[in-house]
Design a protein around this ligand. Structure first.
Ligand code: ZN
Length: 230
């Protein structure tokens, strides 16, 4: 069996502790039930001033950095509702798994994780608490968020075409002489081939597969667009 990441690569854990200690002195690492947890007070800055603090907990699952760490607000301050991008367990929805390669690609550091998606998430919460609008573009949650993401990505609301495109992301191989999923009658190589090859690099198969499953269930009526998935 493969060892858990921090036993396989203890240097990574040392590096993570080292890189955050100056900017986040109030976050502390510990081990609990075979996973690494970081807990403490997380500062929010806005316009170079300190704006706020949150009590947070971040859990690194066994397959980190493949999996995205789970971020929780443990101070009981943020309502656990979808419009605040929180699930019932108090876990933050930082971004869709599909967006990972844009927001926090594999190989990025823990410090970058804290400074970008985590900081933005809590900054957004503070601004919303003050009656301001959520400052970042975010996708809606659950099935609707997934649908909106792919509708925009493929530039069509026709779900049959969206689903065909997704099958081309998931397929073990795609070939230039196949008909293009966009439905304009051309072969792939004269049409969406480069676009699809890029997406196949960007979106992990299992992520696309999971989203496709939700979209198929929504199409057949087994799921509603408002269903929460996080
Ligand atoms: Zn095409």
């Amino acid at each position: 069996m493969r060892k858990v990441w921090y036993k396989e690569n203890p240097a990574l854990l040392v590096e993570m502790k080292e890189e955050i200690k100056d900017d986040f002195p109030n976050l502390h690492f510990y081990e609990s039930n075979g996973v690494i947890v970081v807990e403490g007070s997380f500062p929010i800055r806005h316009d170079k001033k300190s704006l706020d603090r949150y009590s947070i907990k971040i859990t690194f699952l066994k397959d980190y950095p493949k999996s995205i760490p789970i971020v929780e607000e443990v101070g009981g301050r943020i309502p656990r509702t979808l419009d605040r991008h929180m699930n019932e367990k108090g876990e933050a929805c930082l971004f869709l798994p599909e967006q990972r390669s844009e927001i926090w690609p594999i190989g990025s550091t823990f410090l970058e994780f804290l400074n970008c998606p985590v900081h933005n998430f809590f900054l957004g919460q503070s601004l919303v608490e003050r009656g301001e609008a959520w400052p970042f573009g975010v996708w809606d949650h659950g099935v609707r968020g997934i649908r909106d993401y792919y509708v925009q990505l493929f530039g069509t609301e026709d779900m049959d075409i969206v689903i065909k495109f997704m099958l081309f992301i998931i397929a073990p191989k795609i070939k230039g002489h196949w008909p293009c999923p966009c439905g304009n009658g051309k072969r792939l190589r004269g049409c969406h081939f480069p676009f699809l090859l890029e997406l196949r690099d960007k979106i992990p198969r299992n992520v696309a597969q999971r989203s496709l499953q939700f979209l198929l269930e929504a199409k057949s009526g087994k799921r509603k667009l408002k269903d929460n998935l996080i």
